[in-house]
Design a protein around this ligand. Structure first.
Ligand code: ADP
Length: 485
């Protein structure tokens, strides 16, 4: 009997992927998961736009494959296809300077058109991948939500395409891609097809709604979030749709890239450590305290936030208790960019308490790693959190997260139990600033008065496996099952 498994081909489509471009967790996922899935029996490749923000050193190494036209409504747009191998995975880059040579990668006036172009280009590119035809097309978030729609409505006649199966992963339901319904005819070229009705939401077109309806399988990034999005509170008006497709909806926890986030080898930090040499961690803290002009002492708790500064991240709770934070003998460092109201609040308090609160309103990946390594504890009090990577990265660095019990935060952080001394962080249930404050106080109490439990939690957090290994196995199984191989 031949037990050799057939190879499964997967094309992973995303608008961002590390190390080329990242604005949040999606970039981490697209940069890491394929490298973990790839093996002798799984040929997984990634396709993303050739954004002008991609560092020059990568742009220079890209190899041009071909150029061709991409039909978009009544027009045909130029598309160049490039490739580059990174960590053993082939990345394809879709080039069109009109759409992708921009100062901002997202939030442009013509996002509806740019994204439609990218989705169409993904399908057109397959014919130029020198023999690589995916069994599974794995699309991520609203930027690739039209791929399954175009595939079924416009590409079934292409040889081999009728066998392609689709997975759509919801990384964040808040962003669905809603535009005027005039795009359906003018840009998407889908007027009077079944998709016309399926994509429409009142006088708008909703790209993600299309993916939920057209994909073979839908996944989201944690088991708890998969449950949550079936309820009106978290469903963002799509809970009915998710309920209707519940049999095809899976919650698969994200992991983090253990090569990129590794306190023992991280090039961004000066003092390396593992769970066995965790005493070295404090040197990173002392160094950062000094740089920030904080009082320098191992005994002063240093808490951190690294986040997009948006309502989702529960920053209303944090800004509400900033006066109390300033009164405590603790220090707070905030690294983030986002809504003006949060940036202003953090800046104002940092101005008032310069030796206790630091507001670094910027995006800086290298600095983020130094903060993960330096901090004692880390706030993630999100209103909702599909998975959340920052709490896992923090735990990997022995920094204890304080989280609200929602989505992936609930699935990854074991709350401290004062009777057993067990746990990997602290958590609270309700979206309420006083609950956050009392959880903060509980954590401070352990920090000051129960060093043994604190250390035990750090070690437990560091020794828990948050890598992609587990989830990659689940994805592989899903890919194979879908491919029918
Ligand atoms: P989301 O995708 O909702 O923004 P995640 O927790 O899934 O949240 O992922 C956020 C990622 O972005 C993490 O890798 C985090 O370290 C990083 N990040 C967020 N803000 C910044 C910042 N200002 N500078 C550097 N990295 C940041």
């Amino acid at each position: 009997m031949n037990t050799k498994k057939e190879k499964v081909n997967i094309l992973f489509a995303a608008f961002e992927a590390t190390p080329f471009f990242k604005s949040g967790g999606l970039g981490d996922v697209a940069g890491a998961l394929p490298a973990y899935v790839k093996s002798a029996n799984y040929d997984i490749r990634v396709i993303m736009p050739k954004l002008s923000v991609i560092p020059q050193k990568y742009q220079e190494k890209m190899e041009f494959i071909e150029n061709f036209g991409v039909p978009l409504g009544w027009r045909v747009q130029y598309c160049g296809l490039f490739q580059l191998k990174h960590r053993g995975v082939t990345f394809y880059f879709v080039d069109n300077e009109y759409y992708f040579k921009r100062d901002k990668s997202y939030g442009e006036f013509d996002d509806g058109e740019r994204i439609a172009f990218f989705s169409k280009a993904v399908l057109e590119s397959i014919e130029h991948m020198q023999g690589f035809v995916p069994d599974v097309l794995h699309c991520n978030d609203w930027h690739t939500a039209l791929v399954p729609v175009f595939l079924r409505e416009q590409y079934m006649q292409v040889p081999g395409f009728d066998n392609i199966k689709t997975i759509f992963t919801v990384h964040n339901l808040k962003f669905q891609g809603m535009f005027s319904d005039t795009l359906i005819e003018n840009i998407l070229g889908l007027k009077d097809t079944p998709a016309d009705k399926q994509l429409r939401l009142g006088t708008a077109v909703n790209y993600m709604q299309g993916a939920i309806r057209y994909s073979d399988i839908i996944t989201t990034v944690s088991p708890t979030y998969a449950e949550e999005i079936c309820t009106p509170y978290f469903g963002e008006h799509m809970d009915g749709l998710f309920n209707a497709r519940r049999d095809s909806l899976y919650g698969i926890l994200n992991g983090i890239d253990y090569k990129e986030y590794d306190p023992l080898h991280d090039k961004n930090i000066e003092y390396h450590y593992s769970s066995k040499t965790i005493a070295n961690k404090k040197n990173n803290k002392l160094q950062l305290q000094q740089e920030l002009n904080f009082d320098v002492s191992e005994d002063i708790p240093l808490y951190a936030i690294i986040s997009r500064l948006t309502e989702q991240k529960g920053l209303d709770l944090v800004t509400y208790i900033l006066p109390q934070i300033a009164e405590r003998g603790m220090q707070l460092i905030v690294l983030g960019i986002g809504d003006e109201k949060y940036e202003e609040a953090f800046r104002w308090y940092a101005g008032q308490y310069p030796n206790k609160i630091s507001a670094l309103m910027m995006f800086d990946a290298a600095l983020s790693n130094r903060i993960y390594a330096a901090a004692d504890a880390f706030f993630v009090p999100s209103r909702f959190e599909p998975c959340g990577l920052t709490q896992m990265i923090a735990m990997r660095y022995g920094t204890l997260p304080i989280v609200r019990e929602t989505g992936g935060l609930k699935d990854t952080v074991i709350p401290y139990n004062k009777y057993t001394g067990e746990g990997t962080g602290f958590s609270f249930t309700n979206f309420n600033a006083h609950e956050l404050l009392s959880t903060l106080d509980n954590s401070l109490d352990v920090f000051y008065n129960n060093k043994k439990d604190w250390r035990r939690m750090q070690i437990h957090a560091m020794n828990t496996d948050y890598s992609w290994n587990q989830s990659a196995k689940v994805y592989r199984k899903l890919y194979r099952q879908l491919a029918g191989k």
